[in-house]
Design a binder for this molecule. Structure first.
Ligand code: ATP
Ligand code: MG
Length: 547
């Protein structure tokens, strides 16, 4: 696998191996199974797996499943599928919930050392006591309970004697710390909820800030890579590693999370789009989820290259979605067969072409990759062209079809528009054209030149197909005073019925094509039937984006 040149995390790892701080490295990807993975997670996956791979280390997939209220096995399964699809194999597969007993014992150790206490304050009271950035916090009246009393109460919390929210276990650190994270953070809470892995065995659950460093240490993770929001939690992370007496001492390193233009990324928001019916599931092709990108037609190669090229920095930036599109175009350029499809059909009758005659024209499957061979396309008296390739009263510099004008049909002949047929409402429903047999493509005709080249599909053998065209799901980045839901683009999906070449009648789900002049399309795995393929627009052909 290729690797990106250099980033500051890679430099830390390299140095740790050179100085002998570690003789091998272990990284991990630690998703919470409370939603589907998105392109931001892909950045973290590529970073963790490729770093370990480059230095002969290992990467674990660990489900950070400490909150039974939001987690589900559906998400566990989708996450595994997505990581594999991206092209990565984990070494260990772990669940934080497998360590609940171990974590409980470490919490007991903190109590025994006088470093944790059971608090009866409510969540609101704890918040009020916390203080602010400028004012210190206030100590809880329960802070100085004896070790024996804390041990007894914590045991009874575990045994289910108390209701949700009645008591919590807190680390006893410093209510006046300038770092609010160190003001006696809650480390266990009561939740009488069934867990997807441990069932009803537990009714107390560790908080993320406590659980995460312990999970890392128990797996001997050397470099625990996370996003920048956790920077202020690093002292707390290290505090737990030290005072819980973990043998292994992982190092937390933060990097800037990925944000994309016209995209919401947090699982909470994506979940809202799904649950409130703005999209058709987590894998809707407009979603920035891995499953959505897959259904849209993105390739793992394109996503990996994108993740490498955006780099890893100590700051959070916003990346232009056009860059992601650039890499899928680059990847598909040599792979995707070329074909012709008409998305908004307009019938053309070629009046001087013999009735009943069909000829089979030769075309390259991919002119940029001759190894892909040739294909045959039928041509006859009746074809479809694109509605917007004709204008009755064109402006200057319109080189497509208009009355009296001649254009080239790709792979076929020149045709000239002779007559326009309209319905009773004045809509153009058919064109009558003539063709010139001398101008056949591939015969070296040089008699005269035309400026427009149109795509087309022969009408009698054309296969009906559905085209789904997409625009960004989110119109603009959130403005002050609006929610992202108010910025959902009402035109993000357009469904059109058109025609494709007959040699395309047996396309398979997830096959990708370049439709001449339109862009790259993917065969939708959900809506395609044996009668009618459905194509998702992956990306148009041109972009203004420059690397
Ligand atoms: P979200 O806010 O979208 O729910 P999260 O950080 O809560 O994301 P987790 O399941 O906890 O989601 O994340 C698993 C890993 O993926 C973490 O290490 C996290 O830092 C990383 N990650 C999540 N979002 C991004 C992002 N946008 N860019 C880079 N890494 C990310
Ligand atoms: Mg999270």
């Amino acid at each position: 696998m290729e690797h990106n040149a250099s980033n500051f995390i890679r430099n830390i790892v390299k140095e740790d191996l050179e100085t002998g701080k570690h003789d091998h490295i272990i990284t991990r990807f630690p998703p919470e199974p409370n939603g589907y993975l998105h392109i931001g997670h892909a950045k973290s996956i590529v970073l963790n797996f490729e770093l370990a791979d480059e230095f002969g280390g290992k990467t674990n997939l660990r489900f950070d499943d400490t909150n039974p209220l939001k987690e589900d096995i559906e998400f566990v399964n989708s996450i595994k599928e997505d990581v594999k699809w991206l092209g990565f194999d984990w070494d260990g597969l772990f669940f934080a919930s497998d360590y609940f007993e171990e974590m409980y014992n470490r919490a007991v150790l903190l109590i025994e050392k006088g470093l944790a206490y059971v608090d009866d304050l409510t969540a609101d009271e704890i918040r009020e006591h916390r203080g602010t950035l400028t004012a210190p916090g206030k100590e809880s009246p329960y802070r100085n309970r004896s070790v024996a009393e804390n041990l007894d109460l914590f045991k009874r919390m575990r045994d289910g004697e108390f209701g949700d929210g009645e008591k919590v276990l807190r680390a006893k650190i410093d209510m006046a710390s300038p770092n609010i994270n160190l003001r006696d953070p809650v480390i266990y809470r009561i939740a009488h909820a069934t867990h997807h892995n441990t069932g009803d065995k537990w009714c107390i659950y560790p908080m993320y800030a406590f659980a995460h460093p312990l999970e890392d240490a128990l797996e001997n993770v050397t470099h625990s890579i996370c996003t920048l929001e956790f920077e202020d939690q690093r002292p707390l992370y290290n505090w737990f590693i030290e005072h819980c007496e973990m043998e292994s001492k992982p190092q937390q390193i933060e990097f800037g999370r990925l944000n994309l233009t016209n995209t919401v990324m947090s699982k909470r928001k994506l979940k809202q789009l799904v649950e409130e019916g703005y999209v058709d599931g987590w894998d809707d092709p407009r979603m920035p989820t891995i499953s959505g990108l897959r259904r849209r037609g993105y390739t793992p190669e394109a996503i990996r290259t994108f993740c490498r090229e955006i780099g890893v920095a100590k700051t959070t930036g916003i990346v232009d979605t056009a860059m992601l599109e650039h890499f899928v175009r680059e990847d598909l350029k040599l792979k995707a067969p070329r074909t012709m499809g008409v998305i908004r059909p307009l019938k053309v009758v070629i009046t001087n072409y013999p009735e009943g005659q069909v000829e089979w024209l030769d075309a390259e499957v991919n002119p940029e990759n001759p190894e892909m061979g040739m294909r045959k396309i039928p041509f006859s008296r009746e074809i479809y062209i694109e509605q917007d390739d004709f204008m009755e009263n064109p402006p200057k510099k319109y080189f497509r079809l208009f009355p009296g004008n001649e254009v080239r049909l790709k792979h076929a002949y020149f045709i000239k528009c002779e007559e326009v047929i309209k319905d009773e409402n004045g809509n153009v429903i058919e064109l009558r054209c003539t063709y010139d047999p001398e101008t056949k493509s591939g015969t070296g005709f040089t008699g005269r030149k035309v400026k427009g080249t149109l795509h087309w599909v022969e009408a009698t053998q054309a296969v009906p197909a559905e085209f789904r065209l997409y625009e960004p799901l989110i119109l603009d980045d959130e403005k002050e005073g609006t929610t992202f839901l108010e910025n959902v683009n009402p035109n993000s999906l357009q469904v059109l019925q058109g025609f494709i070449e007959p040699n395309m009648s047996e396309v398979k789900a997830q096959e990708k094509f370049q439709f001449f002049r339109h862009g790259y399309f993917n065969v939708d795995p959900k809506h395609t039937t044996s009668k009618k393929p459905v194509f998702n627009l992956i990306v148009s052909l041109k972009s203004s984006f420059k690397l």
